[in-house]
Design a protein around this ligand. Structure first.
Ligand code: C2E
Ligand code: MG
Ligand code: MG
Ligand code: MG
Length: 279
């Protein structure tokens, strides 16, 4: 019977691989159609100036409502989009939709705020500059309100990346390093990067209780020496907010203030001038 079990295990195992592969093929096919079938949407999460408690920006986060599988998180389909090259049309859709939404909020009377969009490291080649310029032109978007969130992995090749970052910045957009502290960037290289802001990764905010915030403190100190802004990601607790406010952490983002919300809901949120109580 041991032999039989082994056989069953092998069959089960290969069936799983088959299922994974066929799901991947299916997902890739559906990802290809997702833009024209309108199954993507954007949610927006507010970014708060901690001193004034005002919303100074939002981060656009993509959502994919699959007809059969329901909501698929970006952590599952963005890697596939990167492997297949679909990340380019998807990013174009994200940028255009985000800019359009911001413009419509402003038309409805909201004071302009920053729009932060995530840009995959894989898009970091020469074409990125003309790609972004074309989209800014086509949408008639003021670059002063645009922020690109890039990950530390772009620092793997600083000789290629730095000139691109400089060109992007000369278009007038802001640049921030997402998930800061989780990558393997060299600090020496960070000093030379033309960036505006470090986004302290959520894991360090979570650790504040355990490590007395030593990592967060160090990052904020370093950012101030480098003359770049900081935003803390993933603030969930009042104690974390209080701690960050005692340091000179400029901005924050997290469930304590608001989860990412659809455009309609965020625009009502934006009409409230102050956040009096955490949502
Ligand atoms: P990210 O850019 O670091 O975004 C922050 C993630 O943390 C988001 O997850 C957000 O919903 C979540 N988050 C925000 N506040 C809190 C909090 O207080 N607690 C917890 N536990 N989580 C919080 P989401 O939306 O699932 O996105 C995951 C990642 O997928 C993003 O990480 C980003 O790397 C990527 N992503 C999302 N949208 C896009 C996109 O349009 N383009 C690209 N290239 N990547 C995207
Ligand atoms: Mg981000
Ligand atoms: Mg992040
Ligand atoms: Mg992340």
């Amino acid at each position: 019977s041991g032999k039989k079990n082994r056989t069953n295990e092998v069959q089960y195992y290969s069936f799983e691989i088959y299922e994974q592969l066929s799901k991947r093929v299916e997902m890739e096919r559906d990802l290809r159609d997702a833009i024209k079938e309108k199954s993507f949407s954007l949610h927006y999460q507010p970014q708060i100036d901690l001193a004034s408690q005002k919303i100074v920006g939002v981060e656009a986060l993509i959502r994919w409502q699959h007809h059969a599988w329901g909501n698929i998180p970006p952590s599952e389909f963005i890697p596939l989009a990167e492997e297949t090259g679909l990340i380019t049309p998807i990013t174009e859709w994200v940028l255009k939709t985000a800019f359009h939404d911001l413009q419509s909020w402003v038309k409805n009377g909201i004071k302009p705020i920053r729009m932060a969009v995530n840009i995959s490291a894989i898009l970091f080649h020469e074409d990125l500059v003309s790609f972004l310029k074309r989209i800014l032109d086509e949408t008639n978007m003021n670059p002063a309100y645009v922020e690109l969130e890039i990950t530390e992995s772009v620092m793997q090749n600083p000789r290629m990346t730095i000139p691109i970052l400089k060109q992007l910045r000369s278009l007038g957009v802001r640049l921030s390093i997402d998930d800061f502290g989780t990558g393997y960037s060299s600090l020496a290289c960070l000093r030379d990067l033309p960036i505006d802001c470090l986004k302290i990764d959520r894991s360090f905010i979570e650790d504040i209780e355990r490590d007395q915030g030593i990592i967060v403190k160090t990052i904020i100190d370093m950012a101030s020496h480098l003359n770049v802004d900081v935003i803390a990601e993933g603030i969930e607790k009042q104690q974390q907010l209080q701690f960050l406010s005692t340091l000179s952490c400029k901005e924050g983002q997290g469930y304590l203030f608001s989860r990412p919300l659809p455009s309609k809901e965020i625009s009502t949120f934006l009409f409230k001038p102050l956040i009096s109580s955490p949502v």
